[in-house]
Write a protein that binds this ligand. Structure first.
Ligand code: HEC
Ligand code: HEC
Ligand code: HEC
Ligand code: HEC
Ligand code: HEC
Ligand code: HEC
Ligand code: HEC
Length: 322
């Protein structure tokens, strides 16, 4: 009986897939990459609420909805406690996880009576203020439980953890999890490589598929996905893969412009240098065809930023002539 049980648990990944070492084990040999990755928004995509500054930030704000529902926040040892009141009714619950590094937004996730909930209130960087979580609708909350948030079934919440963290088992099984998008989420389990380093025993992918596991791709998106659905710019692989740069070069991937171990560069010079790697005539073209001089950023004319969802900003990755 015991053997069968053990077998099923391993097969379902309940104890996490074998062979994970954790990112700390990569540091001794890959110090420089580790230092950059550790400081990235990928690494901060999920954190235990208790390890963040959010409890203090949220405790400072007095949130009240027109329906009379009020939220109060306080730090407790295990994370962030929210007390929701509506007239005589009160609900108290614990928010254990901070999803999103806060570069754009942070959404708390917690449990109530054993079920996971995505909290109704998120923090938005551009507004520097909490606001309604995207997708939660504008209708007033019927009661404190509805104000706590939207209940997530096990499959959905396991997917949330799976895109924001490393070594998550179905369930979700979080005991072996390393919070954030860390080394082994992209390179696979590193135990064998750590004890006998070789290129052959660690995964290194250059293609877009890895990034699209989380940044998402859409089959049959059409030639102008951003027209069909403006919010599709949130999913960079969708636009990029229908760009002429991508389809005609045959070599463009996400790492053509982004180092996967650090945040997106914010300086226009970086991207201009990349563009000119394939469009060497571009300063000339920019002066004639594009009508601009050498110092100009390529982005305002070929890769524009937009804000299809309130408080969030994305870059349209369908590189094109507007
Ligand atoms: C004991 C030292 C050591 C540790 C620990 C170590 N590596 Fe390496 N790693 C190396 C060496 C050496 C190479 C180069 C191997 C070669 O060129 O054959 C390498 C190469 C790599 C490569 C490139 C493979 C390729 O195809 O070019 C990746 C990716 C990598 N390591 C990831 C990791 C990750 C992730 C961890 C932690 C889980 C880790 N390494 C831990 C020493 C180490
Ligand atoms: C396991 C899921 C996952 C994978 C795989 C993944 N990402 Fe991400 N990525 C995220 C999440 C989640 C964020 C948001 C981080 C935050 O909360 O700010 C993000 C953010 C980013 C950002 C923005 C960082 C910034 O400047 O704020 C870039 C750029 C990026 N990813 C590029 C890539 C590239 C390139 C790849 C493939 C090599 C990749 N990602 C693979 C989940 C993933
Ligand atoms: C398929 C992978 C995937 C799943 C599932 C997923 N996320 Fe994300 N999440 C991302 C990526 C990639 C980003 C960064 C780019 C973006 O905003 O889409 C992100 C960004 C975020 C952000 C920062 C704000 C923003 O949009 O940049 C928050 C907050 C967040 N996710 C919360 C959640 C929560 C809560 C769940 C589950 C209810 C969830 N995510 C499920 C991949 C995922
Ligand atoms: C978001 C996915 C992602 C994460 C997280 C990630 N890597 Fe990588 N890593 C890549 C990709 C993609 C490449 C290949 C880049 C290329 O070939 O241009 C790469 C390349 C490497 C290389 C080969 C040397 C190089 O610079 O090309 C090493 C070593 C490495 N990663 C180690 C690590 C370590 C250590 C961590 C954690 C601290 C880590 N990676 C986290 C995606 C990731
Ligand atoms: C990996 C090589 C590569 C990189 C990097 C690259 N491109 Fe391209 N780009 C191409 C190719 C190939 C074409 C198609 C040329 C053709 O059709 O003759 C193209 C086409 C274009 C077009 C015409 C698009 C259309 O729909 O007609 C523009 C504009 C453009 N690129 C701008 C840029 C900008 C701006 C950057 C940097 C942000 C960039 N490219 C980076 C390879 C690249
Ligand atoms: C031709 C260059 C180029 C390529 C290729 C590219 N990006 Fe970007 N990416 C950019 C630029 C430019 C920005 C905006 C930088 C800024 O804000 O200054 C950006 C920003 C981002 C961001 C931050 C959120 C946003 O949309 O502004 C994410 C996430 C991201 N890229 C993911 C990806 C992924 C995933 C791929 C592969 C499908 C990819 N990028 C390929 C140029 C590129
Ligand atoms: C002020 C806006 C502007 C800027 C800045 C700009 N472009 Fe353009 N670009 C255009 C326009 C408009 C066209 C279409 C011109 C035409 O069809 O005659 C174009 C055309 C192109 C083409 C296609 C040329 C062809 O022969 O089909 C490429 C490639 C290109 N630009 C690359 C770049 C690169 C790389 C940069 C940055 C160094 C850049 N552009 C900066 C507006 C701009």
């Amino acid at each position: 009986m015991r053997r069968v049980l053990l077998f099923t648990m391993l097969a379902s990944g309940a104890w996490g897939a074998p062979g994970y070492k954790g990112s700390a084990a990569c540091k001794s040999c890959h110090a420089e990459i580790s230092a950059r990755q550790e400081a990235s928004h990928h690494a901060g995509a999920l954190r235990p609420m208790a390890a963040t500054e959010w409890p203090e930030r949220l405790a400072e704000t007095d949130l009240r909805e027109r329906s009379g529902i009020a939220y109060r926040y306080a730090r407790v040892r295990e994370g962030l406690r929210v007390t929701i009141t509506q007239g005589p009714r009160t609900l108290e619950a614990l928010l254990e996880w901070a999803f999103g590094s806060g570069a754009q937004a942070m959404t708390p996730v917690g449990r109530y009576q054993g079920a996971y909930f995505e909290h109704r209130i998120s923090y938005y960087r551009s507004a520097d203020h909490p606001g309604r979580t995207i997708g939660h609708g504008g209708a007033p909350a019927a009661d404190p439980l509805a104000a706590f948030g939207v209940k997530q079934d096990a499959t959905t919440i396991a997917r949330c953890f799976g895109c924001h963290a490393t070594n998550v088992g179905p369930g979700p099984e979080l005991r072996e999890m390393e919070a954030g998008v860390r080394c082994e989420r992209c390179h696979g389990p590193g135990q064998a490589h750590g004890s006998r380093p070789a290129k052959e025993n660690i995964r290194r992918t250059k293609g877009m598929d890895l990034c699209a596991e989380c940044h998402r791709q859409q089959d049959g998106a059409g030639a102008t996905p951003e027209v069909a659905d403006p919010s599709s710019v949130r999913f960079q692989p969708v636009g990029l893969s229908v760009s002429r740069c991508f389809t005609k070069s045959g070599t463009m991937t996400c790492v053509t412009c982004h180092d996967p171990h650090q945040n997106a560069r914010r300086d226009a010079d970086h991207y201009r240098t990349v563009c000119q790697g394939c469009h060497p005539g571009a300063p000339v073209a920019a002066a004639s065809a594009c009508g601009r001089g050498k110092a100009e950023s390529c982005l305002p004319c070929h890769m524009r930023a937009s804000s299809p969802l309130q408080n969030l900003r994305f870059t349209d990755h369908r590189i094109r002539i507007y």
